[in-house]
Design a protein around this ligand. Structure first.
Ligand code: AMP
Length: 190
């Protein structure tokens, strides 16, 4: 491995309706490369996934894609440092989690939410100590964060577990928070 840390980024396979989301993907890509880190992501050339991959490559850092066979022919990025092709979506997530030190969600849809919540669920259960973060570009995740606070109030998420999720509006602040992250001692069951 070439870099001290690999940052796994989950993000939209679409561009979204506002160019600010693609801009955020490029800013995060630049910040990852500036810190000497590598990128792990879903391996596609489409949406803001493609934006972040291109930015990190242009800045000279390694980009590792992990894509299931079904999607490879249609949307795989052809210029990555490395592309792992796996059989299933489950294998893909397991490999992305294994290869990475941090997990970040940029704005995105079902795929992005599924990936970051699975990483967070595993952290909550103590399967890994790696930080999970949301890049809350232009308040994209405000309503989701309010809903999660409701889950805390209603007794479905412990406050300590909610606080495991690092949140910031800028890539630099988010990576700083995540670098300072220490997993809580409170496990969900043990
Ligand atoms: P979504 O947020 O629903 O656009 O899904 C994006 C996330 O799910 C990414 O982080 C990918 O890992 C995965 N994903 C969804 N669609 C694709 C696609 N067409 N190609 C590659 N990965 C995808």
């Amino acid at each position: 491995m070439k870099h001290s840390k690999y940052i796994c980024v989950f993000c939209g396979s679409s561009h979204g309706s506002n160019p600010i989301y693609a801009k955020a993907a490029r800013l995060l890509g630049k910040e990852i490369a500036k810190r000497g880190f590598g990128l792990v992501y879903g391996g596609a050339s489409v949406g803001i996934m493609g934006e972040i991959a291109d930015t990190v490559l242009e800045a000279g850092s390694e980009v590792i894609g992990v894509i299931p066979e079904r999607l490879e022919k249609e949307v795989a990025h052809k210029g990555l440092s490395k592309l792992h092709t796996v059989g299933t979506m489950h294998e893909r997530k397991a490999l992305m989690y294994e290869l990475s030190d941090f997990f970040i969600a940029l704005p995105g849809g079902f795929g992005t939410l599924d990936e970051i919540f699975e990483a967070l669920t595993w952290a909550q259960l103590g399967y890994h100590p790696k930080p999970c973060g949301l890049l809350n570009t232009a308040g994209y995740y405000d309503e989701l964060l309010n809903f999660l606070k409701k889950s805390v109030r209603e007794g479905f998420i412990k406050k300590e577990h909610f606080e495991m999720l690092c949140v910031a509006k800028s890539p630099a602040a988010l990576l700083d928070n995540m670098t300072a992250y220490r997993p809580p001692s409170l496990r969900k069951w043990f």
